[in-house]
Design a protein around this ligand. Structure first.
Ligand SMILES: Cc1ncc(COP(=O)(O)O)c(C=O)c1O
Length: 217
């Protein structure tokens, strides 16, 4: 099982951390992620020395045991820059020490404000979300677009994650099931929108965001 924890770094289920469920797991340190560096970066998690050797080799152009010019397989250049690692080390500590708690507080304030008015995200019992995004569902696409328009007029950042479901991406056009509707995915993409979510969103700022959404509603 390959676990994609690009948006889940910091989350847990029944005390077990994201990135520890798959035989191999990956996360992203892209700046928008719960643990972001100052450019592109990511990490792979394994719990098996054979897999570790394979991943280490793949990320350095398929390097073999003989060192730099002993390429034994076709790999890629996927080394994390040292400068990004230097950024990530203190940020990892901050995530653990207080940012995850701060994210819970932001999510709880949104939940309390929008409960019964919009569909708020649910967290499975025993789960702790890292709240990479705070995504809501409006009643329909028209209402969603009206909310987005209102927020943008007020200079409040908002995003749609994601405007197109996977099956509707041009890259999959040739696949046999491309033409199927996948109604739930289409419906979700039309109705979803995401609000500012980060551990440094102050209560006063968040109140402005909430007020603008409620006005639009
Ligand atoms: C769920 C998921 N998987 C994978 C990725 C890819 O991460 P990266 O751009 O660091 O390769 C992303 C980033 O948007 C993501 O959200």
């Amino acid at each position: 099982m390959i676990e994609d924890a690009a948006q889940g770094f910091g989350a847990s289920y029944q005390g077990r951390r994201a990135c520890s469920f798959g035989q191999i797991a990956a996360t992203s340190f892209f700046p928008a992620k719960p643990l972001g560096c100052y450019g592109d970066g990511g990490a792979v998690f394994v719990d098996d020395s054979g897999m570790e050797a394979l991943v280490r080799s793949l990320c350095v152009h398929g390097q073999g045991p003989g060192g730099k010019y002993d390429n034994v397989r076709v790999g890629i250049n996927s080394r994390l820059d040292a400068i990004q690692a230097a950024v990530l080390l203190p940020k990892l500590k901050a995530l653990e020490d207080y940012e995850l708690d701060a994210r819970q507080a932001v999510a709880e304030r949104y939940r309390a404000a929008f409960a019964g008015k919009l569909v708020t995200p649910a967290v499975t019992a025993g789960g702790v979300s890292a709240w990479a995004q705070y995504a809501l569902l409006a009643e329909n696409g028209e209402r969603r677009d009206r909310i987005l328009g209102h927020l943008r007029e007020r200079g409040i950042p908002c995003m749609v994650y994601y405007p197109k479901p996977q099956h509707a991406l041009p890259v999959f056009q040739g696949l046999p099931r491309y033409g199927e509707t996948y109604q739930n995915a289409m419906d979700y993409c039309a109705r979803t929108f995401s609000l500012p979510m980060h551990p440094y969103l102050g209560e006063a700022e968040q109140k402005e965001v909430i007020a603008a959404v409620l006005e639009a509603l």
